[in-house]
Each structure stands twice: as structure tokens, then as C-alpha cells.
Write a protein that binds this ligand. Structure first.
Ligand SMILES: Cc1cc2nc3c(=O)[nH]c(=O)nc-3n(C[C@H](O)[C@H](O)[C@H](O)COP(=O)(O)OP(=O)(O)OC[C@H]3O[C@@H](n4cnc5c(N)ncnc54)[C@H](O)[C@@H]3O)c2cc1C
Length: 304
């Protein structure tokens, strides 16, 4: 992180905590939430240029950590690992890892790669079979994120986190089931969770309450999707099964593109502010490899 101004951070060096849980503890001791960003591996050279420009801008607001997605099936394995390698030199970096199509040995190799690259945390995910290969999950050896948590714990000192679903995972019968699965993951060694996108503070609060009832008291960091491109975010919401509040949906659908951006971003900032007021340990902003909207959310709720 040296070379980047520390705009918000009284910590010795933001992004330098030993892992995600210690970053949360250090911030919490100062009465502050964490700020972090998710990135994905670029698909081409233009995407890479844009990623690194926006990453540099986001580093200026001293994120506590960043995370890098990993394609289910490992299709973008090399690019994902290359992005992780570079970010891990600057800031506490979480490498996502998925089960779909994975063998135990292949996953062990990536875990070792993360260790050698200086990655300090893994986000253990199942992933989803791609539409063009609906049996992909059954072809691999690892079948659930829980198995991946167990593998990381058995093989590595790296911290391991998991996904959580305020709007209930699409294959799950109800929130309580998700909460019980989260508890199993905590028992297997997961020490933090990050959520899928969602649109109401109540959904987050219900998840935290259900998790606690099931025995899972690990920190659950809300994932926030800035609604800067309403059409794109509504598509993602549909894919992930997240319900968009009717009033917000109507306002977005009846607005021009420019108006929809204003409505969407105001909503994202308000939601983020309410989440922090409700006691969320931090915000993990899905940057989609852009910086403008992510910074607007971070600044709008006082984190940058
Ligand atoms: C923050 C975040 C980051 C993500 N990053 C990526 C990424 O980088 N790459 C990617 O491909 N996808 C990513 N995803 C998407 C994720 O892989 C999918 O949402 C996937 O459908 C579920 O993943 P999971 O890890 O929760 O799976 P699992 O925990 O395996 O759960 C899948 C389903 O099985 C059920 N289940 C699991 N274990 C048990 C059990 N022991 N008993 C009973 N039921 C069980 C769960 O309730 C759920 O319905 C991300 C999701 C989130 C929230």
C-alpha cells in the first residue's frame, strides 16, 4: 500500500491486517467498519487496462482488503491467479476458489499457489454449472463449498470464508436451511462470510438473526452492488434470485437511463448507510472492475 494516500485510515497501514477477521477487529476497535472491493479477472487487454486503472483509484481510499472472483470450471484460472498475484503485493487479498469441475489435487495446487503469492484468505465457493454444461458440478470431485472449507482447513493455514445469502440461495428451501449450512461451514473452520447482492436491510438482518439462531456467529460482510446501470443490476438480481423491492423496480423501470442511475445510486448509498447503522462489520462493494460507482457508495456512506 505504500505510495497510496491513506484517506480514511488511522490504522498503521490499511490493507495490511493479517487476515479478514483481524481487519474487522482492528476497525471495530476504532469504531469503524471495513471497506473492501471485489474484482473479476479481465477477459481481454482492454478489460485489463480498465481493471488496473480502476483498481489504482480504489486503492487510494485505503480498502482493508480486496477479493478476486474465480470462474466455476476454472475457465479463467490463469487470469484470476495473475490478478490475485498482483493485488496481493499491495493489499490484503482474498482469492475466490470454486468447486465446479475441480479435483482435490487441482484445488490443493491453487491453495498452495495462493500461499506462495502472499494471499491471506480464501473465499470457498461451490460455483454454479455453466448453462452449456449443466452436469459440470457432478463431473468434478468437490461438490459443495463445505468440502472446500474442509480441504483448505486440512491443507493450509490460510483463513477461509464462505458465501451467505440474505435473499436465500436459489436451491435452498428456506433461510433457516441456509443458516444451518452456514453454521456447518463455521464448524468446519470458516471464519467470515460475504453475502450475495440483496436490496433491503431487513434481508441482511434476517440472515444475521437466522445465522445466530443456528449457532453461526461469524462476521457476515454484506456485499453491495452499486446500482449505476439499472438494467445490468436487475439482470444480476434475477440470476441470483434476489427480489428487487416493487417500488424501487417501478421507479427504475419508469425512468430514463440517467434518472435511473441517480435513483439507483441514491438507493445503494441509503442501503449501505442503513447496513452500517444496523451493525454490519463492513461493506464489500462489487466494483465490477469500475471505480466511479464504488467510490460514490463508499463516500456516500462515509467510508471514503
Ligand atoms: C460473495 C460471493 C462471491 C462469489 N464469488 C463467486 C466466484 O468467484 N465464482 C463463482 O463461480 N461463483 C461465485 N459466487 C456464486 C456462488 O458460487 C453461487 O451462489 C453458488 O450457487 C453457491 O455457492 P455456495 O458457495 O454457497 O455453495 P454451497 O455452500 O455448496 O451451497 C449450494 C446449495 O447447496 C446447499 N448445501 C450446501 N451444503 C449443504 C449441506 N451440507 N447440507 C444441505 N445442503 C447444503 C446450500 O443450502 C445451497 O442451497 C459467489 C457468491 C457470493 C455470495
Amino acid at each position: 500500500m505504500s505510495g497510496y494516500p491513506l484517506l480514511r485510515s488511522p490504522l498503521p497501514a490499511a490493507g495490511s491486517a493479517a487476515n479478514v477477521v483481524s481487519a474487522i477487529s482492528q476497525r471495530s476497535a476504532l469504531g469503524q467498519p471495513t471497506l473492501s472491493f471485489e474484482f473479476f479477472p479481465p477477459k481481454d487487454e482492454a478489460g485489463a487496462d480498465s481493471l488496473w486503472k480502476n483498481y489504482d483509484k480504489l486503492l487510494e481510499v485505503s480498502p482493508d482488503f480486496v477479493s478476486v472472483t474465480y470462474g466455476a470450471g476454472g475457465s479463467n484460472r490463469e487470469t484470476s491467479l495473475a490478478v490475485v498475484d498482483r493485488m496481493a503485493k499491495d493489499v490484503l487479498t482474498i482469492g475466490h476458489l470454486t468447486c465446479v469441475g475441480s479435483s482435490f489435487d487441482g484445488s490443493r495446487e491453487i491453495i498452495k499457489h495462493f500461499e506462495q503469492a502472499g494471499v491471506r484468505a480464501i473465499l470457498a465457493l461451490r460455483g454454479d454449472s455453466p448453462q452449456n454444461d449443466p452436469d459440470a458440478l457432478s463431473k468434478g470431485q468437490l461438490k459443495t463449498a463445505l468440502e472446500l472449507v474442509e480441504l483448505v482447513r486440512a491443507e493450509s493455514p490460510l483463513e477461509v470464508g464462505v458465501a451467505a445469502f440474505p435473499e436465500v440461495h436459489p436451491e435452498s428451501p428456506h433461510l433457516q436451511h441456509d443458516a444451518e449450512v452456514l453454521n456447518l461451514k463455521q464448524q468446519a473452520g470458516a471464519s467470515y462470510a460475504m453475502t450475495q447482492l440483496f436490496f433491503t436491510v431487513e434481508a441482511y438482518q434476517d440472515l444475521v438473526a437466522a445465522a445466530s439462531l443456528a449457532g453461526a456467529n461469524l462476521p457476515i460482510i454484506p456485499g453491495v452492488m452499486p446500482i449505476s446501470n439499472a438494467a445490468k443490476v436487475l439482470r444480476m438480481a434475477e440470476m441470483s434470485g434476489a427480489a428487487v423491492p416493487k417500488q424501487l423496480l417501478a421507479r427504475l423501470q419508469n425512468a430514463s437511463e440517467d434518472e435511473a442511475r441517480i435513483i439507483g445510486m441514491d438507493y445503494s448509498i441509503e442501503l449501505s448507510t442503513k447496513l452500517l447503522e444496523a451493525g454490519a462489520p463492513g461493506l464489500h462493494i462489487f466494483s465490477l472492475n469500475f471505480s466511479k460507482a464504488a467510490l460514490e457508495v463508499a463516500r456516500g456512506c462515509g467510508l471514503a
